[in-house]
Design a protein around this ligand. Sequence first.
Ligand code: PLP
Length: 363
Amino acid sequence: MSTIHDLPTPAVLIDLDALERNIARMADAARANGVALRPHAKTHKTIEIARLQIAAGAVGLTVAKTSEAEVYADSGFADVFVAYPVVGADKGRRLLALADRLRMAVGVDSVEGAATLAGVFAGAGRTLDVRLKVDVGLHRVGVPPADAARLAQRITDLPGLRLRGIFTHGGHAYGSEDEAGVVAVARDEGQTMAEVAATLRALGLELDTVSVGSTPTARGAMTVAGVTECRPGNYVFHDFSQVSLGTCSLEDCALTVLATVVSVPETGRAVVDAGSKTLSSDPLHPRVGGHGLVLGTRSRLARLSEEHGVIAVEPGDHFQVGDRVRILPNHACVVSNLHDRLTTVRAEGIVGSFAVAARGRVQ
Ligand SMILES: Cc1ncc(COP(=O)(O)O)c(C=O)c1O
């Protein structure tokens, strides 16, 4: 069997033992809470990992992009939620082309955006299921909870759309300073969504889905009564941000980057052949700095340029030119999107590889 020592670097490694454990644990947690699990596939963008998630009990997939939904439809997946405010008749036409092949729902957060999809579906005599995005604190997209009822009613009035649910993403948990902060965001995420759902139902709107989720908040938010679905993505791999937040331990991290030390110009500085084009420049959450941890050491990547990763060598750590190191990146979801293939391993033995099939599908 070939081992990781035979691989050209940099290379993205997926530890299958950790991956399988992560998939099973989240599926078990959702089952135990009576909540549907719909993992966000943007983390891995592969067919193989999505199949493992479905085999473990996921009801379907979440994606962010219409083009990602097309990739999964082409590979035979049957149920996809595009958890993003999709806007534009061009996207509407592509969704219409998918409607016969997929059980599908799409996010909306404005009448103007929803109307662009309504026009396409009503024109074709078809109906598109939509879910209203609610902002529970990330302040990115989504309607404030107090405005949800008014907007939901206006969307319900549009022909060609059927409002079937509400969804949110408690991504502001990544800004929490400690585990207590994450727990509070998770509880608030679930409770706010349950309250919004109750308000909408009191107006006569029929909602079958109240969907929450980020990796840090998934386990907490799914315990709140009224929540029906959870959409974590990063949990399959985890990363240094999740470790820093206390969401997981180092042993739970399935994605690492194998790199070679190419230069040790002076004491305290070593340089690897993995820079921002391999690791991305995403910051660490919470923001305590650096661009990844060198596993088995206390040293971190302090600086990145495109093809260089500069390690600030901690006292007691030693690096030599030619050493191979495994780096735990800050944010695994962006790393997979930077690579064509992910090499699958068990311990140091190579098992095979997964193509990143939806890589670059950003439209
Ligand atoms: C709408 C939406 N749902 C779910 C997720 C999954 O969250 P996480 O990456 O924390 O697992 C994301 C992540 O960005 C998201 O934007």
